[in-house]
Structures are given as C-alpha cells and as structure tokens.
Design a protein around this ligand. Structure first.
Ligand SMILES: [Zn+2]
Ligand SMILES: [Zn+2]
Length: 426
C-alpha cells in the first residue's frame, strides 16, 4: 500500500530546508534584539481555549479549526493560531506573578482546514511575539517597529512596506460600534453574502473581514470604529500614531481593518509588501487587553503580532533566484581505495567529524572514478585513502575546487581539533 501525505499537509524537503533554517535564525536573532524569549506551547489544546479566546463566531474557529475527541471524549483542537496558547501558558504558569513585562515569541506549525492553494496549506507555519503586562502605547509602536525591522532584515525595502493601522477600541466602545454596524448593514442585508447574513446576527464586526466582492460596497460605507472610541482609547491611539511618526514608520489608516479574531482591542495593524505583487498581508497583530482575564488570569494587557513563514520563504526564494550559491554542503568526502584502506578511512572520517570538519564517505560501492564524481558535487575536498600513501603514514587531500593535491600526515588526525580543521579551509 502506497501511503501519501494528507491534503494540505506538505513536506519541507532537504532542498528547501536551508531557506527555512535561515529564516528561523533571522527571526530568532531579531526577536532577541528586542528582548523576546522563546516559548513553545504544544500543538494540541482544548478546543474551548480557541472558541473562548479567539471567538466562536470567527471563521478560524467556526469553519477552519481541526477539532477531534481523544479516547476519553475530551474535545481537543490542533492550534489554529498561537496567541491563545501563549496566553494560556502565561496564566497557567503564573508568568504574570513576576509583575514585569513578559516578552515571548514562538514559531511553529498551525492548522486550519481551508482550501489548499499555493502558499496556503492546512498545516502552515507562523512566527510571532506577545508582550504581556503593559498598556504603554510606545509598546504598540515597538511591536510594529519590530515587525518592520524584521522584514527589512529579510531584504524587503522599507519603502515597499505598507502598514495599515486602525483602532477598534475597548470592549465598552464596541457595544456602541457593533450596534452602529448592525444599523448600517441591516437595510443592506440582501446585498450581503450568506456568511455575512449569519455574521450580521452573530457578530457584525466580522462582516468587515469578508473578502467577497458582493459585500465590499456595504463594507466601504460602514461606520468607522475610530468614531466610536472612548476618551482613553482615542488618546491611546493618538499616542501610538505619534510614536510611529517618531520612529519614521509610515502608515495608512484602514477603517475596515478589524482582524479576524475577537480578542483584539484598540490597536490593530497589518504589514504588507508592494514588492510581492498582490498586496497580501505579510503579518498582522494588535492589542488584546482582555484576553488574559478572559482565559482566567488577572486583568493584564497584551500586544503582539503573527506572520506566515511560507510567505517569507517565497521572498527568500525570489532573492536566491538572483544570486547563485555554489558552496558545497560538506567540507570533505572520504574516498578509500580497497578494503584495507576502507577500515582506516572509517576511523579518519570519525576523527574529522570530531574535529568539526563536516565529512561523509562512499557507502554505495561505487568505483573510484564515480566516487570522485560524487565527492565533486558534495564536498570541497576529497580525502583519498590509498594503500600506498597509508604505508608512508599519509593520505592525499584533493581540493575539488582548484584540483590541487597535497599529502597529509596521519598523525595530524591526532592533533588538536583546530589544527586538523585548519587543514580544510572552506
Ligand atoms: Zn475605549
Ligand atoms: Zn460577505
């Protein structure tokens, strides 16, 4: 029986893995510069975490979440996003007890049951930060600055980045705003798609997320959340904008931007790139000042963002297309000549690796000529272990880039690791 991968679950093959590793390293390094530490929540959580945290009426929970019972009938979910998990962990482990700002980041697979398309699989990967414990509007701006700086480090030009910004106010503001939306959409209900007709009854703010063309006229003329802010929220938003100006981060106000999750409060934002053709969002985030309390912790504000890694891999791939990287994967391929020499070769191979020289050898029973061809593709040097050289206490090193050959004394393999390593400069 031939077993294939599940629809929407894609393998990342060895050819692609170096790009992912580079991306992960850049993300980690950038987050560390801003004082974030990694947290690794599990992929499986109680389904209730997301229906409570993200919102029962959101598309992500309502339509796309993988939900299944375990053997005891407990209703579990594969995480569709990580903010709810991070906040759950923050509450569960009492991270708030230190009375300090908690700056946490994560990276890893998320799961949503959507129609798979290029760059959007059912298992996809996200990275993100969460800063928990402060209402300071400077922190909203810092999170946005971090997002922008990360994109710049990955080679996207700052001038090409599009920052969309909005404030959706606090829970109190949204009571009035939802009512205004209901009043606006109710007479237009017949123009709306079937999903939006349901949203109108359940949660009219979610109509603003709709991408259906037929809903756009009604969305464009909808009331603006910024006109429904209380004094504190209006002041907060004003300060966020001043900090962004001070950081020379340009933005456009987008009154239809509400983000697809119910936990957001006040600041919401999205970052897109003009360089990527279609103006798809690279990442998005905002404040969620009620989520910690909603999940059973003490009232604690939070702000963060999440972005898709697949999108960034495409960016890096496009960059790589311009430059060719011919560095071979290994420093050295060991090529023995004859069975006696092979035993010695295996020993030398182990010594190379312990000295920090990446190395491999021929295991496929190829001829010497074929083995040298393979070495030429994989490594910078071939270490040729032949009976005649061995008798002299030596092995031959061939530089596969220049064709130069030299002899190496066997005793060098017992020298200090740095000394042996220096014999194989990359
Ligand atoms: Zn407010
Ligand atoms: Zn719609």
């Amino acid at each position: 029986m031939k077993v294939e991968s599940v629809r929407g679950m894609r393998d990342i093959l060895p050819e692609e893995a170096p790009l992912w590793q580079r991306l992960e390293a850049e993300i980690r390094a950038t987050f560390a510069l801003y004082g974030y530490r990694e947290i690794r929540p599990p992929l499986v959580e109680l389904a209730a975490l997301f229906s409570r945290g993200v919102g029962e009426t959101t598309d992500v929970v309502h339509k796309e979440m993988y939900v299944f019972p375990d053997k005891k009938g407990l209703k579990l979910a594969l995480r569709p996003e990580a903010t709810a998990s991070v906040v759950r962990a923050y509450v569960e482990h009492g991270l708030y007890a230190k009375g300090d700002l908690a700056k946490l980041y994560y990276m890893g697979p998320m799961f949503r049951y959507e129609k798979p398309q290029k760059g959007r699989q059912r298992q996809f990967h996200q990275y993100g930060v969460e800063a928990l414990g402060s209402l300071d509007p400077a922190l909203d701006a810092e999170v946005i600055d971090l997002a922008s700086f990360l994109m710049e480090r990955l080679g996207l030009r700052r001038e090409g980045l599009l920052l969309r910004l909005n404030s959706i106010g606090c829970a109190g503001d949204r009571v009035g705003y939802r009512e205004a939306l209901r009043q606006h959409f109710l007479p237009r209900a017949s123009e709306l798609c079937a999903d939006c007709q349901r949203r109108l009854a359940e949660n009219p703010m979610r109509i603003l997320d709709c991408k259906q063309p037929q809903c756009q006229p009604a969305i464009r003329s909808a009331p603006k959340s910024v006109d429904h802010l209380c004094d504190a929220c209006r002041h907060h938003f004003q300060q966020v904008r001043e900090h962004l100006d001070a950081l020379a981060l340009r933005y456009g106000l987008d009154h239809t931007l509400v983000r697809g999750f119910d936990y957001y409060t006040r600041t919401v934002f999205e970052l897109a790139s003009r360089e990527l053709g279609a103006q798809d969002a690279l990442l998005g985030g905002g404040r969620y000042d009620d989520l910690v309390e909603l999940l059973g912790g003490p009232a604690t504000p939070g702000v963060g963002f999440a972005g898709g890694m697949e999108r960034l891999v495409l960016v890096l791939q496009a960059q790589r297309g311009e430059q060719t990287d011919e560095t071979p994967e290994l420093a050295c391929c060991v090529v023995p000549i004859g069975d006696e020499a092979r035993k010695k070769a295996i020993e030398l191979l182990a010594r190379l690796r312990r000295a920090g020289v990446s190395a491999d050898m021929e295991y496929m029973g190829r001829s010497l000529r074929k083995a040298m061809q393979v070495a030429g593709r994989r490594a910078r040097y071939a270490l040729i272990v032949g009976p005649e050289e061995l008798e002299q206490g030596q092995v031959k090193v061939k530089d596969l880039a220049t064709g130069e050959q030299r002899l190496l004394e066997l005793q060098e393999f017992s020298a200090a690791p740095e000394a042996l390593r220096s014999r194989f400069p990359r």
